[in-house]
Design a protein. Structure first.
Length: 255
């Protein structure tokens, strides 16, 4: 369900959805709990085992949709050229609409994890959305992220020369944006996200962590939903999986 660091799921330069995908779409009920599974990487540079307690604390400096006061938080480590991240982005927008319709139940936190070995453009795109954030805060960050996902065919398909045009279209100061992007000043922030991902066991994208109201965390694409999780958490996790599958199906149909 995520895209592995090794590049087994896709190869740079193409959207070949018909090849055997290393990410198994597996959502099964085990002992009444929804279980998502991804296979272990076979030769990547990223450790498959980590410590979720090492995840950087969620704070106001994070890129968030929904209120940080929400009882459930979904932390995503993502790559802007990953087709599965594009699908997850579409799914999470629907999840927020559904679960926050009457009260703020869920917050979605986005963090960077560019898969450099197969998506060489993703890191610079991540810097671009941070340059948008510098000018207009989270609103600018999410608008630029949405723009990239709406335009890129994924798998290194976006022309990086379009980034300044996106900035202009979204109402940013183009000159300031270009200065920010060419300076590389955001590279350290991207790398910090990346290294934190490694520390907690991120081995592909999107990697998703559910943070429950009691502070307990789990990776729903890799392990069982805790038996003591609230019905709200179980329902939310099931909705994420269902909507994610739907979005993947749509993307495959368009390629």
């Amino acid at each position: 369900m995520d895209e592995t660091k090794t590049g087994e799921a896709t190869k740079a330069g193409g959207n070949n959805w018909s090849v055997p995908i290393a990410i198994v779409l597996a959502g099964v009920m085990i002992a009444g709990a929804l279980y998502f599974k991804t296979p272990a990487p076979t030769g990547g540079q990223v450790a498959a085992v980590g410590d979720l307690n090492k995840m950087a604390k969620i704070s106001a400096s994070d890129h968030t949709r929904g209120s940080l006061k929400a009882p459930i938080k979904i932390v995503e480590y993502s790559d802007l050229e990953c087709p599965f991240c594009k699908a997850f982005d579409g799914a999470m927008k629907q999840v927020l609409t559904k679960h926050n319709a009457t009260s703020t139940s869920v917050a979605w936190i986005y963090r960077h994890f560019p898969l450099d070995s197969i998506h060489s453009k993703a890191r610079k795109e991540a810097e671009a959305v941070e340059c948008a954030y510098e000018q207009t805060g989270n609103d600018g960050f999410w608008k630029f992220t949405d723009k990239i996902f709406s335009v890129t065919p994924s798998n290194n398909g976006l022309d990086l020369a379009l980034l300044p045009a996106f900035a202009k279209e979204l109402g940013l100061d183009e000159a300031k944006f270009n200065t920010c992007l060419t300076s590389g000043k955001m590279a350290e922030k991207i790398e910090a996200n990346y290294q934190n991902g490694i520390a907690i066991g991120v081995d592909g994208t999107p990697t998703v962590i559910v943070v429950m109201e009691n502070g307990k965390m789990f990776m729903p694409f890799k392990e069982k939903v805790p038996t003591k999780a609230t019905e709200q958490v179980k329902t939310l996790t099931a909705d994420i999986f269902t909507l994610y599958q739907d979005e993947i199906t749509k993307l495959r149909g368009n390629n």
